[in-house]
Design a protein around this ligand. Structure first.
Ligand code: NAI
Length: 257
């Protein structure tokens, strides 16, 4: 018996990184997965790897409402319902607040914050119609503390915590639980861009990252995307977290302790 047997979960940003690990872990626990991303080749490869009948890929730019409507249609055509959502897609840019161009600030809000809002708006009614389920939003340790030079990102990750609390209050009557994961530094392309460079020595870059986080993080290393996926699974599983809603959960190796 898997923890998500019979469940259909849409995961955004699932072509790589944490979203991909969530897709793989949730599928291993029996869920049917809607792999959603803007990276079509990678997303299709992840869905194919999960096996025909277990997953479908949909092109979904989370900042576009029409993409959400189409994705819900595709998910229902493939699996008949949706009763789980992981709002994972996100982007990061480094800039001092006073140097951040307005369009860059707005783009980050559009993807990280509006994207999660549109996910809740479009998918929650489907989860309600299916009899209830879970929504996991992806905030960050910058959703609970400040971090210099990532002001726009930090603002959106704080907003995700607020959105999570309000959605939990408004959706509880439909048996929809809404929580947030707040990862610390996780070894994905976002914090280790060398993963995207075929020329780069990724082993060396990973070691440099570990060296950096050995000093910053009490547990002495950067986090793995699977470790965030484990928390998202816990929050998606009725067996594990039926009485938990409206809360952000930090997974950061003790960085904020
Ligand atoms: P990543 O960069 O590897 O993955 C992000 C995914 O989101 C990619 O597949 C990308 O194509 C997708 N994406 C970007 N814009 C999109 C859009 N408009 N529509 C649909 N998909 C889009 O990075 P990672 O680490 O896997 O990020 C996942 C989430 O975790 C993000 O929300 C990020 O902000 C958050 N996070 C990451 C941390 C880290 O250290 N890596 C720390 C704290 C939070």
């Amino acid at each position: 018996m898997g923890k998500l047997d019979g469940r259909v979960v849409l995961i955004t940003g699932a072509a790589r990184g944490q979203g991909e690990q969530e897709a793989r872990l949730f599928a291993s626990e029996g869920a049917k997965i809607v792999v959603a991303d803007v990276l079509d080749d990678q997303g299709e490869a992840v869905a194919k790897d999960l096996g025909n009948g277990n997953a479908v890929y949909v092109h979904l730019d989370v900042s576009k409402e029409e993409d959400w409507v189409a994705a819900v249609g595709s998910a229902k055509a493939a699996f008949g319902k949706i009763d789980g959502l992981v709002n994972n897609a996100g982007i990061l840019r480094f800039n001092e607040l006073v140097s951040t161009p307005l369009d860059e600030f707005q783009q980050i809000i559009q993807v990280n914050q509006v994207g999660a809002f549109l996910g809740i708006k479009t998918v929650a009614p489907e989860i309600g119609a299916a009899g209830g389920g879970s929504i996991v939003n992806t905030s960050s340790y910058t959703g609970v503390t400040g971090m210099a030079y990532v002001g726009a990102y930090t603002a959106t990750k704080h907003a995700i915590v607020g959105l999570t609390r309000v959605a939990a209050l408004e959706l509880a009557a439909q048996k929809i639980r809404v929580n947030a994961v707040c990862p610390g530094a996780i070894d994905t392309a976002m914090s280790n861009p060398s993963q995207l460079d075929p020329e780069a020595n990724t082993e060396e870059a990973a070691q440099a990252l570990d060296e950096l986080y050995r000093k910053l993080v009490p547990l002495g290393r950067v986090g793995k995307p699977e470790e965030v996926a484990r928390l998202a699974l816990f929050l998606s599983s009725e067996e594990d977290s039926a009485y938990i809603t409206g809360q952000p959960f930090v997974v950061d190796g003790g960085w904020l302790a």
